[in-house]
Design a protein around this ligand. Structure first.
Ligand code: ARG
Length: 459
């Protein structure tokens, strides 16, 4: 049975029905759909459109339908979508009174409401999964504050940094993702119910009370906008895409850092797999999948934006295409983020490998800074140091092995105390301005990060 058969003579074409039906994927909206309908029944009864008894029997019937879905005993009957399925089953349970539930409501405002309710809850799940990844980063950073490794730009060794400073650099990207999700949640929690098909409802429904009943602080201000707006889905997919980009870059870093070139960290065996042919292999598949799964998240965003582009006003069936990319993205994040938190927890850093990769040339900036501290303009200091780097290269020695007279031949400012420059701990500790890699600022960052997570857990 469909919800719209009255004016039709011919039965829907079988293939058309397959194309049109969405129950196979939107059935997961059942809890949101039923929650919306329970609240809507209450709103109808407040206006006198349902008697108290009718309202109660509808609510009881909806509870039974919810129970059937929860238990997995819900019997499908070729239903077009979740809204049709719930109403069909409700009618079987409570009889004709069920037909009053849809008074003044359209599936257009209904589906928009359901999707928002579903997404509000899902955003909470993503946020707590992401917070677990952030907590794993803080934990690792706190546990290894003494480790210095090369920092890279262009994949070229650049300057020494704390391993913890690198870990925390990823934390802050996720913190921005959390803020984006907060923001997205705020705009998702705007209730379209009571907008009807497109022009609003003629019945005196208290939309504000209805929204509050559904935990939404605001109502949509325009019915035509309300039934066509899928910005909240696009925003979530964008926030998810940036999360995808951040986790994909983290995965790539860890693949490189754990790989044969660096071996700065070892991944827990439980997050790696072997090769069916080469017995010696241990591959970072967890990280490759984190990186690879990001592709479908970006695809979902682009797919949805393409559906929305150029749509005429209000509801068009194209909008049914909002759900699969949204569900797939939520499922992907729910699968990937907990694994990533586990991978981070399992990382064992190798101090020897990190130390072994540090090279004195990474202190060339510090050598230039020595001159700057003694009044030489930075540009000139950079030039002088460049010469010295070249000298050392030509002689096949490291920068710290250049004799003092060679330094002094480039600049009379050099003194015996220049030898103190060639110390990685010193170089790291010097970067003590806020945001730098000095251990004390790293500790401050970690304290600040703890506060962010605690505030988030309280909210
Ligand atoms: N299954 C539909 C969707 O997901 C529900 C809304 C149907 N509205 C309509 N006018 N046919 O968008």
């Amino acid at each position: 049975m469909s919800l719209w058969g009255g004016r039709f003579q011919d039965k829907i074409d079988d293939l058309m029905k397959q194309l049109n039906d969405s129950f196979r994927f939107d059935r997961r909206l059942y809890a949101a759909d039923i929650r919306g309908s329970v609240a809507y029944a209450g709103a109808l009864s407040d206006t006198g459109l349902l008697t108290d008894e009718e309202c109660q029997s509808i609510i009881d019937g909806l509870e039974q339908v919810r129970q059937e879905f929860n238990e997995g005993s819900f019997q499908e009957a070729n239903d077009e979508d979740i809204h049709t399925a719930v109403e069909r089953r409700l009618t079987e349970i409570v009889g004709p009174a069920a037909g009053k539930l849809h008074t003044g409501r359209s599936r257009n405002d209904q589906v928009a409401t359901d999707l928002r309710l579903w997404l509000i809850e899902q955003i909470g799940i993503v946020q707590s999964d992401l917070a677990a990844v952030q907590a794993a980063l803080i934990d690792k950073a706190e546990g290894h504050l003494d480790l210095i490794m090369p920092g890279y730009t262009h994949l070229q060794p650049a300057q020494p940094v704390l391993f913890s400073h690198w870990l925390m650099s990823v934390f802050w990207a996720f913190d921005r993702d959390q803020e984006r999700l907060d923001d997205c949640k705020r705009r998702t929690a705007v209730c379209p119910l009571g907008s009807g098909a497109l022009s609003g409802t003629p019945f005196p429904i208290d939309r504000t009370a209805l929204a509050a009943e559904l935990g939404m602080p605001a109502i949509s201000p325009n019915s035509m906008d309300a039934v066509s707006d899928r910005d909240f889905v696009a925003e979530f997919l964008f926030a998810a895409s940036l999360i995808g980009i951040h986790i994909s870059r983290l995965a790539e870093d860890l693949i490189i850092m754990s790989g044969p070139g660096r071996r700065f960290v070892t991944l827990g065996e439980q997050y790696t797999t072997g090769s069916s042919l080469m017995p010696q292999k241990r591959n970072p598949d967890s990280l490759e999948l984190v990186r690879g799964k990001t592709g479908r998240i970006l695809g979902a965003l682009v797919g949805l934006l393409t559906v929305l582009k150029g749509l005429p006003s209000t509801y068009n069936k194209d909008l049914q295409e909002d759900k699969e990319p949204l569900f797939d993205t939520a499922d992907t994040l729910a699968m990937v983020l907990p694994v990533l938190a586990g991978v981070i927890g399992s990382l064992v850093p190798s101090p020897d490998a990190m130390r072994g990769a540090l090279d004195m040339a990474m202190l060339a900036t510090d050598l230039a800074d020595y001159l700057v501290d003694r009044g030489v303009p930075f540009r000139e200091a950079h030039h002088i140091t460049g010469h010295l780097v070249r000298r050392a290269e030509e002689q096949g020695i490291t920068l710290d092995q250049l004799p003092l007279d060679v330094l002094q031949a480039e600049s009379a400012v050099f003194d015996a105390d220049a030898a103190a420059i060639f110390d990685f701990e010193r170089a790291v500790s010097r970067r003590a301005a806020p945001g730098g890699t000095a251990p004390e600022t790293a500790r401050e960052q970690i304290a600040q990060a703890h506060k962010c997570l605690v505030a988030r857990n309280r909210a």
